[in-house]
Ligand binder design. Structure first.
Ligand SMILES: NC(=O)c1ccc[n+]([C@@H]2O[C@H](COP(=O)([O-])OP(=O)(O)OC[C@H]3O[C@@H](n4cnc5c(N)ncnc54)[C@H](O)[C@@H]3O)[C@@H](O)[C@H]2O)c1
Length: 254
């Protein structure tokens, strides 16, 4: 039996249940892409599936898979399911992340391993898992959602979070260099202080102080990150690889 290969580009977005990941999926759906929503939180995925927002789009273009990105076996299984059903994988956005504010003295080995295996391990193993397919296609786009914390150290986040986000930035370069000749580009975005459910958990005094230090004098919007990811995923960005794009209202200028 010949395998079905869908006409539209297929984009995988991890951590798609809320926040930046969800905004990126919406942008891709709006562009007519097929989108795979990956999240460890099945409840969030079910809420997205049932939302009015999603009903605006053709439901056959959205696939929902509950995957823990720190579980390499589940990652490989999900890539198999996507390829089996849609026959192609054009874009991978490694966005799933956990952020902790634990002070250095109190980070346990378990918490360290968890943060590193989700944020950094998830990025490495999802990218590894889609490589064979992207190489066969001679085309692919990988976008890693890192952070200001991985560039400049913490605003409020812990050492383990910052180390994982810095790790994503060097992985971006390693993968970019290794894949550049095969039509696959790999880039990162480094947001800071974007309004998402994660920010709602933060102390108002800390948030007010943070805002005062942002040159544009406001927090960022998830759509602003989604717009940059969409550009990096497009054909127009074919000459850009191994780069990191700051989305931080001028907080870090380099
Ligand atoms: N919001 C910001 O200001 C900001 C700033 C810098 C970087 N970032 C990065 O952007 C990404 C998204 O951030 P956000 O603010 O939308 O966070 P969020 O917490 O709102 O969303 C993260 C999503 O990832 C999912 N997730 C967590 N662990 C997972 C796992 N093991 N497997 C699969 N999915 C998992 C969560 O269920 C959630 O849906 C993260 O990588 C974060 O580090 C965000």
């Amino acid at each position: 039996m010949t395998k079905t290969i869908v006409d539209q580009e297929v984009a995988i977005v991890t951590g798609a249940g809320q926040g930046l990941g969800l905004a990126i999926t919406e942008k891709f759906l709006l562009e007519g892409k097929r989108v795979v929503f990956i999240d460890v939180n099945e409840r969030l995925l079910n809420e997205v599936k049932a939302s009015d927002q999603l009903r605006k789009y053709d439901s056959s273009k959205a696939m929902f898979l509950t995957v823990d990105v720190s579980d390499v076996y589940s990652i490989k299984q999900s890539v198999g399911v996507i390829h089996e059903n849609w026959g192609r994988i054009d874009i991978l956005v490694n966005n799933a992340g956990v952020r902790k504010e634990t002070v250095i003295e109190e980070v346990t080995e378990d918490e360290w391993n968890h943060v590193l295996s989700v944020n950094l391990g998830g990025t490495f193993f999802y990218s590894q898992a889609v490589l064979k397919i992207m190489k066969q296609q001679k085309k692919g786009r990988i976008i890693n959602v890192s952070s200001f914390g991985g560039q400049a150290g913490p605003l409020t986040s812990g050492a383990h979070y910052c180390a994982s986000k810095a790790g994503q930035l060097v992985l971006t370069k390693v993968f970019a260099r290794s894949l550049a000749a095969q039509g696959i580009t790999v880039n990162a975005v480094a947001p800071a202080a974007i309004e998402t459910p994660e920010m709602e958990k933060m102390d108002q005094v800390v948030l007010d102080k943070m805002k005062m230090n942002i040159p544009v004098n406001r927090f960022g919007k998830a759509e602003e990150v989604a717009n940059m990811v969409s550009y990096l995923a497009s054909d127009a960005a074919g000459y850009i690889t191994g780069s990191t794009f700051d989305i931080n209202g001028g907080l870090l200028m380099r």
